[in-house]
Design a binder for this molecule. Structure first.
Ligand SMILES: Cc1cc2nc3c(=O)[nH]c(=O)nc-3n(C[C@H](O)[C@H](O)[C@H](O)COP(=O)(O)OP(=O)(O)OC[C@H]3O[C@@H](n4cnc5c(N)ncnc54)[C@H](O)[C@@H]3O)c2cc1C
Length: 406
């Protein structure tokens, strides 16, 4: 593609910045892609436990947390899951889906995804300016003036895409230094808090459950109000709980006052019918109730629940009354744990907050406040649950921003 002499700066070589750079370069822009890291896609490398969970069959605006779901809806209509799958396929990154709809590269290697994207940037002549942090942005005569930390080196570009991420996992590059500058440019920055983070809890009676991993439904409640709910895998740790079921609602811990906040854990879910069946089929037997429960649930969960339901683990199932069994089911579905907070940014996969999407045009990702300024990825106030939603968002918003439409 013949260059048209127009320059665009892209700050941040995460998935959002990489895809913006590629799309802009393909349509003739001279692209300068900056990152403080020595390589592109540093966070991308650790995603999905190194396997890179790129998107999800359930991508839908309702799955995202933001102040304007119609913003995400419009963006997904412009560049959705199928567009992403097709684009990656063309670039040499074919994907496959697991039974539960989580998409990964066939290579199962985030390293391979980054290598290919890096090579594609080179192929399209993107100027990668690495080990370089942008510390100042100003605008004059319709152009953007960028100052780098390294010896105050400067660049002038016609348009600017901010793809600098949020504050999660700062060791991988995104520390949120640009938010103050974006505020000075006139944008509202919504409070930035850890999200997709482990939840710290009172350990009290659940102390004994440390190390147990199982699928649960976790409901975050405050007094009689349900703040959020998620189902998935969860693990008990020495300080609280971790895993998708609780990470998916962790932003709500940080966005609300924490007084009287509890997690209600349901250990049964679809196991309930199975447990009822097992009990029904064995109810007249001289079989210790603990052994029976253990056919369905982890041992520590059985011991804990029987204790809470005041049933001796050695009691035979035939000797336990229906009402005591009913009480056991109530216990198994309503374990209450006091919430103390979440772990910090270094343990969270994304951050909630950032540039208020109501100040950005979802058709273009251009600022409604500053002309020629575009946003992509986690810098915007949009987060999704575990399962590939956040990379889809980075690629969706990045692809739209890279068109540099206005
Ligand atoms: C451990 C972990 C696992 C994850 N797994 C998944 C997963 O499997 N699936 C999923 O969908 N999501 C996952 N995520 C979330 C996903 O990685 C992020 O949503 C995504 O990386 C955001 O992309 P981005 O391009 O907006 O920002 P980032 O990837 O954070 O990239 C921003 C870049 O901007 C650079 N930068 C910032 N400021 C400046 C500056 N002033 N000058 C120069 N450069 C700057 C940073 O160095 C950084 O490289 C995971 C996150 C973590 C931490």
């Amino acid at each position: 593609m013949q260059k048209m002499g127009k320059k665009v700066g892209v700050i941040g070589a995460g998935p959002a910045g990489i895809i913006s750079s590629l799309i802009a370069a393909k349509s003739g822009w001279e692209v300068f892609l900056f990152d403080s890291n020595p390589g592109v896609g540093r966070k991308l490398l650790v995603t999905g436990g190194g396997r890179c969970n790129i998107t999800n069959a359930k991508i839908h605006e309702d799955a995202f947390y933001t102040h304007d779901k119609s913003f995400v809806k419009t963006a997904l209509q412009n560049f959705g899951r199928t567009d992403l799958i097709n684009l990656l396929d063309q670039l040499g990154i074919p994907l496959y889906s697991t039974d539960d709809g989580w998409y990964y590269p066939i290579s199962n290697s985030a390293g391979n995804v980054v290598d290919i994207l890096d090579a594609v940037l080179d192929e399209h002549g993107v100027n990668k300016i690495l080990d370089t942090t942008i510390v100042q942005i100003s605008r004059d005569q319709g152009k953007y003036h960028l100052v780098c930390s390294e010896q105050g080196k400067t660049f002038r570009v016609d348009k600017l895409i901010i793809a600098s991420g949020g504050k999660a996992y700062p060791t991988l590059g995104s520390k949120g230094e640009l938010f103050e500058i974006l505020k000075d440019l006139g944008h509202t920055i919504l409070p930035i808090k850890p999200a997709l983070a482990p939840i710290k809890t009172d350990m009290g009676s659940i102390h004994a459950l440390q190390g147990v991993r199982l699928d649960v439904t976790a409901t975050l409640i405050q007094k009689d109000r349900i703040l959020g709910e998620a189902t998935g895998n969860m693990i008990f740790t020495s300080w609280g709980v971790n895993g998708p079921a609780v990470m998916d609602i962790s932003h709500l811990v940080n966005l609300n006052n924490r007084a009287d906040m509890f997690l209600k854990l349901n250990f049964l879910n679809e196991r309930e019918a199975l447990l009822k069946k097992v009990i029904f089929e064995n109810q007249h037997k001289k079989l210790p109730v603990k052994a029976l429960l253990e056919s369905i649930l982890p041992e520590k969960i059985c011991v804990y629940s029987l204790k809470q339901a005041k049933i001796n683990k050695k009691e035979y199932i035939r000797d336990i009354s229906e009402s005591r069994l009913e009480n056991l089911f109530v216990v198994l579905k309503n374990v209450l744990v006091k919430v103390k907070g979440t772990r910090d940014f270094q343990f969270s996969q994304v951050s909630t907050g950032g540039v208020d999407v109501r100040e950005v045009n979802p058709q273009t990702m251009e600022s409604r406040i500053v002309k020629g300024l575009y946003f992509a990825g986690e810098v915007l106030d949009v987060i999704g649950p575990c399962g590939g939603f956040n990379l889809q968002w980075a690629f969706t918003s990045g692809a739209i921003a890279g068109r540099l439409s206005y």
